[in-house]
Design a protein around this ligand. Structure first.
Ligand code: DHB
Ligand code: FE
Length: 257
């Protein structure tokens, strides 16, 4: 069955691509080289990575800019579902000798009028102190630094974890090759990932960044939003951080469509 939405978007894509081919006078040789590179992108499984690095941020900006509430950021390619449900007081699953500075992170989940949202489902995942994600890097236990929590009666959760390192997207494959062609570095600033889900509200997919991170300004995936940067407080043997998440009522997101 014909899908009008697909037809309309594909026509737009063809039109803009034709214009670009003419404007840049793309040669047949360049075209064939692109096809080989694109094929390699698929064969190495890097299509989700490439798409999320270059396009996801624009989809989010288009959908959410100007709306009230916490800004979404990239889901990225490293979420895996069915993370373990944790019991309070929360600690993200980690290795006995997990490297890195201990971080106590607090999230305050509210609606856009400032009312706390209790029993919100909070899904969290992050890279470790080497910048590696479990399930995607070898030798890390499944679901390491991933878990599901709930907010308490004040709409709050606190979790013990470690500070993640800035993440370097893989440089050995076609995405890395492409970054060299465009003279870009492969880094994302260190970040924590969250999905926050409360009935009656727009599901929030976002990330939290840390003030002072050297890659905030030039994130290769352009996922940083000023409102998602938190200042970490250093103590003798641990660090604290916090942020407030404001969830839009479901109808605000629906009204814009
Ligand atoms: C991307 C997002 C991430 O959160 C990450 O850790 C790596 C890559 C991305 O959008 O490509
Ligand atoms: Fe990430």
């Amino acid at each position: 069955m014909a899908n009008e939405r697909v037809i309309s978007i594909f026509q737009g894509l063809l039109e803009k691509t034709k214009e670009l081919i003419e404007e840049k006078q793309i040669t047949h040789e360049e075209y064939r080289e692109f096809c080989l590179w694109f094929d390699e992108l698929g064969r190495t499984g890097e299509i989700p990575l490439f798409m999320d690095v270059f396009f996801e941020t624009h989809v989010l900006r288009g959908m959410y800019s100007g709306l009230p509430g916490t800004e979404p950021s990239l889901l990225g390619p490293y979420y895996i579902p069915n993370e373990p449900g944790l019991q309070a007081p929360y600690t993200l699953p980690q290795r006995q000798d997990e490297k890195g500075e201990v971080l106590f992170f607090t999230g305050n989940v509210k609606d856009i009028d400032g009312n706390p949202l209790q029993k919100a489902d909070v899904y969290m995942w992050q890279a470790d102190a080497d910048g590696e994600y479990s399930h995607f890097a070898d030798g890390i236990p499944e679901y390491n630094l991933r878990g599901k929590m709930k907010t308490d009666e004040d709409g709050r959760f606190t979790v013990k974890t470690v500070i993640p390192a800035p993440y370097q997207i893989p440089t050995g494959g076609p995405t890395g090759k492409f970054l060299t062609y465009i003279d870009s570095h492969p880094y994302r600033p260190a970040h924590l990932h969250f999905i926050i889900d409360v009935p009656g509200h727009d599901k929030l997919i976002t990330q939290v960044f840390f003030e002072g991170d050297p890659w905030l300004e030039t994130d290769v995936a352009d996922g940083v939003r000023d409102s998602l940067i938190t200042k970490l407080e250093k103590f003798d043997d641990h660090t604290k951080g916090s942020i407030t998440f404001e969830l839009r009522p479901a109808r605000v997101a629906a009204a814009k469509k």
